[in-house]
Design a protein. Structure first.
Length: 358
């Protein structure tokens, strides 16, 4: 049976993904830096039934991958702008497969540059295996299936979460330092962080406030649609006028390497976390427009976002471990299609008549 490493196994995502994989009967190895916390995590998994999973203590999982050559590696350690590419490269060199939860723009974009090397090595690399990336990407694939490329696509992520770990906050800091980005006429264009405020519609007639942020969903929507103009928005950052005015200043400060590294170190040392988002339903939205006025919209609905992410990552890792994948670098729906979101507990609704409000 293929062995699946969970790197960052003592964090919330790592523990949840480990539990999902163990429940599916997969052989897992819990990988982390703290021996005591790994032992506690292994005991919690053992309590679910079955033998205690193996643990691996290491301060350098990249070097450990090169030495041990695991079958599949699930990377849950943010910021992914720092961990994605080195860990994925190590997997390619070792002939291993790779999965991560990234939703920052740069790592999602950068992983595609490893596609040729991954194909040559027989490795499958998947980035964005979670609510971030998959939820909106699945909608874009649904809207564009069997049609020519649209001229414009807008996506919006509106998750609810009942608590996040320090790694997520570190990833938010890393993403904010990127600044605002959109695709216009096929080219990546700088914009203000927090620009393009929208009242994103929901199927019940209500709306959610969202603003443009440089997430991996921007790159994933480009690859799924081929559209010239793409805007990715989110409800996860403050949308008020004062907050939008402050976001570019915050982003500029964080672009100073020393300040960004200091902020990330403090987050890790003090175990700081972003605030939870109350509610019962996470939403994702996509709108695609074609020349001539044809417009199609779609919504994805699921429960708490972190639970959805764990199911997605575990499903992707399990399918790869079972040999149900092909070599190369992918986002989740690019590899397994929009039905991956449904298998993780989401429902998708498509409406070809309503118009995207601007």
């Amino acid at each position: 049976m293929a062995e699946i490493w969970i790197v960052g196994a003592t964090g919330r995502a790592g523990q949840s993904i480990s539990a999902e994989l163990r429940a599916g009967g997969h052989q897992i190895v819990l990988v982390g830096r703290n021996a005591q916390r790994l032992t506690e995590a292994a005991a919690a998994i053992e309590a679910l039934g079955g033998p205690t999973p193996r643990t691996l203590v290491t301060d350098d999982p990249v070097a450990q991958i090169a030495t041990d050559r695991p079958d599949v590696v699930v990377n849950t350690v943010g910021p992914f702008g720092t961990t994605t590419v080195p860990t994925a490269r190590a997997c390619v060199t070792a002939g291993s497969h790779y999965v991560d939860l990234a939703n920052e723009f740069q790592p999602v974009r950068s992983l595609s540059e490893l596609d040729s090397a991954a194909r040559a090595a027989g490795s499958t690399l998947v980035t964005g295996a979670g609510f971030g990336v998959l939820a909106t990407e699945a909608l874009v694939y649904e809207l564009c299936a069997g049609r020519p490329s649209p001229t414009r696509v807008r996506v919006a992520a509106m998750p609810v979460v009942d608590g996040l770990g320090p790694a997520v906050l570190a990833s938010v800091i890393d993403a904010a330092a990127t600044g605002g980005l959109i695709y216009r006429n096929g080219r990546l264009e700088r914009t203000r962080l927090g620009a393009h405020p929208q009242h994103t519609p929901l199927p019940d007639g209500t709306t959610r406030a969202t603003v443009a942020v440089p997430t991996g969903e921007l790159e994933a929507a480009l690859r799924a649609s081929g559209a010239g103009t793409i805007i990715a928005t989110s409800s996860e950052v403050p949308t008020g006028r004062a907050a939008r005015a402050a976001l570019p200043i915050i982003g500029a400060v964080l672009r100073v390497d020393a300040l960004r590294r200091t902020a990330i170190r403090l987050v890790d040392r003090w175990r700081l976390t972003p605030p939870s988002t109350p509610g019962e339903t996470s939403w994702a939205y996509a709108c695609a427009e074609w020349d001539g006025g044809e417009t199609h919209q779609a919504w994805l609905q699921t429960g708490e976002g972190y639970g959805f992410t764990s199911r997605v990552a575990a499903t992707v890792a399990a399918r790869i471990a079972d040999g149900d994948a092909r070599a190369g670098a992918f986002t989740p729906a690019a590899l397994f299609g929009a039905d991956l979101a449904r298998s993780a507990g989401a429902t998708i609704t498509i409406d070809s008549t309503a118009k995207d409000p601007r």
